[in-house]
Design a protein around this ligand. Structure first.
Ligand code: ATP
Ligand code: MG
Length: 396
């Protein structure tokens, strides 16, 4: 598999996280947002983790989507516990042989790793301190899909515990705990930082840079090295195609494989075939959203419509919302009816709606907003069923 290394970005972020980048605030927590399938996880695991490890930092990575059925707080705690385990073994042995039980070791020796999984804010803080002290190095905790933590009270407690650990362990001149949180939806991540009561109030959400022309140059170099017949590659057109694919490498690479295949039915330059494939991909994405929407019951459609229209200002049960639903479906809608519709939207696989532990709702896939805006601008909203209605009179 071809993977483009993003070493420069990784080393810049590693420096910023350690508080060595002048005016950056990353040492207080780095919040990175980028759309779905644009390479967040690959970057965090493949580039950022090694860059931090090379700087002598102990890295704990946890993906809160890895197991959606498990509680996010528990997943975080377990990841820290796992990283702690090997160190505790060594420390326990050394402590015993050196009679260290008598020393006062800042409260980490009593950490019971089997209990770290049972979310208790204090235990998380202790576990992080213990990891830091036993490893003798700063710790970086990378939480992928961090917005998922806000979907359960235990996840919220875990986030507050992490904030507290950060405040206890870091001093302006000495950073011992680095936090990196990523997510595909800026609005959801914002809930971690934007209000006074949010755990990381005061931090900013950064847009994680998308793969760009450098990625295309990397691929073009490979193609030119392997296929002399295609030299020179039209990098500009290839980059336009990549933009058309929404900067999503997986879909782009798939199409590239086909365009370069001897079996490709496209006559002419492969770069143009890629532009074509990008357009096709956009159409497929849109028709998928359209058929998802059309497959919903009328009230579910109305609720989703309202959510797309209002974004973060969406309130499911206020008088205006209920009036809006009524206007769309033609009958009175009560709050329990709207709630059932919301639950149905959440329960679908894949889910269309996201809900925080505080009862805030958002669309699961933020690209739906763009689809909605574009259709609105083109006066093509709401999507209409393409099926011709059944003719019950038997007349054709
Ligand atoms: N630097 C890269 N070079 C080549 N391919 C990449 C690169 N980064 C990501 N990809 C490919 O793009 C796809 C999506 O990557 P990844 O899972 O990292 O994205 P993501 O933003 O975390 O997605 P999701 O929103 O689903 O979590 C993967 O198939 C991966 O192999
Ligand atoms: Mg990911």
């Amino acid at each position: 598999m071809i993977s483009f290394p993003r070493l420069k970005l990784a080393s810049e972020l590693a420096v910023a996280l350690q508080g060595k980048a002048g005016f950056s605030d990353a040492h207080n927590g780095l919040f990175l947002a980028a759309p779905r399938r644009t390479g967040k996880t690959t970057f965090l695991r493949g580039d950022l983790c090694p860059a931090l490890e090379a700087a002598g930092i102990v890295v704990v990575y946890v993906d809160l989507w890895a197991d959606a059925a498990r509680d996010p707080g528990q997943l975080i705690a377990e990841a820290i516990g796992k990283a702690l385990q090997p160190h505790l073994g060594v420390v326990a042995r050394t402590a015993k042989s050196a009679g260290l039980e008598k020393l006062n070791l800042a409260g980490w020796l009593h950490v019971d790793t089997s209990k770290i999984g049972q979310v208790d804010g204090l235990t998380l803080v202790d576990a992080l301190k213990a990891l830091n002290e036993t490893a003798g190095n700063p710790v970086a905790l990378i939480i992928d899909e961090a917005q998922h933590a806000l979907t359960s009270p235990a996840g919220e407690i875990a986030m507050s515990a992490l904030k507290s650990a950060r405040d206890q362990m870091n001093r302006p001149d000495e950073i011992q705990l680095m936090l990196v949180m990523s997510g595909s939806d800026r609005d959801k991540l914002l809930r971690l930082v934007h209000s006074n009561g949010a755990p990381f109030y005061g931090s900013q959400i950064q847009r994680m840079p998308l793969l760009d022309q450098q990625f295309i140059d990397f691929l073009a170099d490979l193609i030119e090295a392997q296929r002399v017949d295609l030299c020179p590659v039209d990098r500009h057109t290839l980059n336009r195609a990549f933009e058309g694919f929404g900067h999503r490498p997986q879909f782009f690479m798939e199409a590239l494989g086909q365009a370069l295949s001897p079996l490709s039915s496209f006559d002419g330059r492969f770069e143009l075939a890629m532009l074509d494939a990008a357009l096709q991909r956009q159409r497929d994405d849109e028709s998928q959203m359209e058929s998802d929407y059309l497959g919903l019951k009328p009230l579910e459609q109305a609720v989703l419509w309202r959510m797309l229209k209002l974004g973060p200002r969406f309130r499911p049960y206020d008088a205006e919302a209920l009036a809006f639903y009524r206007q769309q479906i033609g009958t009175k809608v009560t709050p329990p009816m709207a709630q059932n519709a919301l639950e149905a939207l959440r329960a679908r696989m894949p889910a269309l709606v996201w809900k925080s532990a505080r009862g805030e709702y958002a669309v699961e896939d933020a690209t739906m907003h763009r689809w909605f805006e574009e259709r609105m601008a083109a006066a093509k909203w709401p999507p209409a069923s393409r099926q011709t209605p059944l003719n019950l009179n038997g007349e054709f």
